[in-house]
Design a protein around this ligand. Structure first.
Ligand code: GDP
Ligand code: MG
Length: 439
């Protein structure tokens, strides 16, 4: 989390209400934070626009919880962009399930093959066969063999003189013969996307019919990750992504970029060189990491709690002083839609939390709208001094709010009862609670 961003949000929170320039300021900071996290420029632009549209379109501008709403919108949008939930590996209904790696040289393909083998052994007691289809560097085969030994998985290899297509063909046959339930194909990479490699990978895909083509991307490559992901996806139609080297100091913005550009789920992340350094990808956690939203959300949560407590405190005082009027009533109702149910606010009043009468107390949002309309048709005098509500005033209110007179009468009666009950409650008398809560 950048300090700037924190300051901006702290500023918003203090103000309580925010206007369009506040939204603009917040969006500028979010944009910077995303760019600092190495999210691709174009992706940032789109993202910020989406968040802004949502922020301005919602009731942020006149809400009391404006900053909370923006933070939440940003957080939700980040998470949603990256896919909400963890996406598991594709699985074939008959063995073997074939997983093929793709990616630039040094991205972490060979390492990830080992990690995946270990992961599958541990989570499914699987017996994977690893196929060594990178023949361009003599060390590549040796490396896969070392990895295979570490995770106790057999490696199929034919040296560096055989065409990778042939290796895969024979490796697949071997896996079928040995009844391996998984085949993990390690492939070659290049420093950049090139035609010859892409053709080779496309041919391997044709031969092995992989259930999963995992693009392995180094998270440290930042901005460049987008072009790589786009290129591989267009030519191979990848099914998922493994983002490696997240143990480095990158904030992981590549995750957002890749997902936004390819639409393909990130399935795992690499968190180190060891064979157990593989994690299932969780979009919400990644959202936290990219923007440092965890800090903000905690801050906002705390602010929200203080705010709620202050509200509850004021409510208690009004109940005790018996000055709870229609203005307070409608303010409470507003919060039903703004920050959570009135029953929750009531529960914050000392001694109320475990009150059985509150257990089934619910406010219907439609009723809330109607009640609001009625109160809004009252004059200030009527709101603060409900005793003046004679029949002619009530008729006027009914006409003004478009609600039937019986409903107006019922509402005023209920308000009177509520007020009486509140007063009794605040003085320690809990009798009649059921009645107050609508029976
Ligand atoms: P390949 O060329 O795509 O097969 O990449 P390798 O699997 O050979 O990995 C290249 C280098 O990155 C090796 O030194 C790996 O140990 C290292 N590496 C791979 N994944 C990770 C990771 O998640 N974190 C860290 N820190 N290093 C990794
Ligand atoms: Mg390799």
């Amino acid at each position: 989390l950048t300090e700037r961003l924190q300051k901006t949000f702290a500023g918003l929170r203090r103000k309580g209400k925010i206007n369009e320039s506040d939204v603009r300021d917040a969006m500028r900071e979010i944009r910077l934070a995303l760019l600092e996290a190495d999210v691709n420029f174009g992706v940032v632009k789109d993202f910020v626009k989406r968040v802004r549209d949502k922020a301005v379109g919602s009731e942020v501008l006149d809400g009391i919880n404006a900053s909370q709403q923006i933070v939440k919108i940003v957080n939700d949008e980040l998470t949603a962009t990256m896919g909400e939930k963890a996406v598991p590996l594709n699985k074939s209904d008959k063995i073997p399930t074939v997983i093929m790696m793709a990616g630039l040289q040094g991205a972490g393909k060979t390492t990830t093959v080992g990690k995946l083998a270990k992961y599958l052994e541990e989570t499914e007691h699987a017996r994977p066969l690893l196929i060594a289809a990178d023949v361009y560097r003599p060390a590549a085969i040796k490396q896969l063999q070392v990895v295979g030994e570490q995770v106790h998985a057999p490696v199929f290899e034919m040296g560096t003189d055989t065409d990778p297509r042939e290796i895969v063909r024979q490796g697949m046959a071997k896996a079928r013969e040995d009844h391996n339930d998984y085949v993990l194909i390690d492939t070659a990479g290049r420093l950049q996307i090139d035609e010859k490699l892409m053709q080779e990978l496309a041919d391997i895909k044709e031969i092995a019919h992989p259930d999963e083509i995992l693009l392995v991307v180094d998270a440290m490559t930042g901005q460049a990750a987008v072009d790589v992901a786009k290129g591989f996806n267009e030519q191979l139609e990848i099914t998922g992504v493994v983002l490696t080297k997240l143990d480095g100091d990158t904030r992981g913005g590549a995750a957002l970029s890749i997902r936004a550009v390819t639409g393909k789920p990130i399935k795992f992340t690499g968190q180190g060189e060891k064979m157990d350094a593989l994690d299932v990808f969780y979009p919400d956690r990644m959202a936290n990491r990219i923007l440092g939203m965890g800090d903000i959300l905690t801050l906002v949560d705390k602010a929200q709690k203080n705010f709620d407590q202050k509200q509850a405190q004021e409510l208690t005082e009004k109940m005790q002083a018996n000055t709870f009027d229609f203005n307070d009533f409608i303010e409470q109702l507003d919060q039903v839609s703004q920050m959570g149910p009135m029953e929750d606010i009531l529960k914050m009043i000392p001694g109320m939390a475990n009150n059985p009468a509150l257990k089934n107390f619910k406010v219907d949002p439609k009723d809330v709208t109607h009640i609001k309309a009625i109160v809004q048709s009252m004059t200030e005098k009527e709101r603060t001094d409900p005793d003046v509500l004679n029949p002619s005033r009530r008729r006027r209110i009914a006409a003004g709010s478009g609600r039937p007179i019986v409903e107006v009468n019922r509402m005023i009666k209920q308000f009177g009862q509520t007020k009486k009950m509140m007063n009794q409650m605040s003085n320690g008398n809990m009798a009649g609670m059921d009645q107050m809560m609508g029976g």
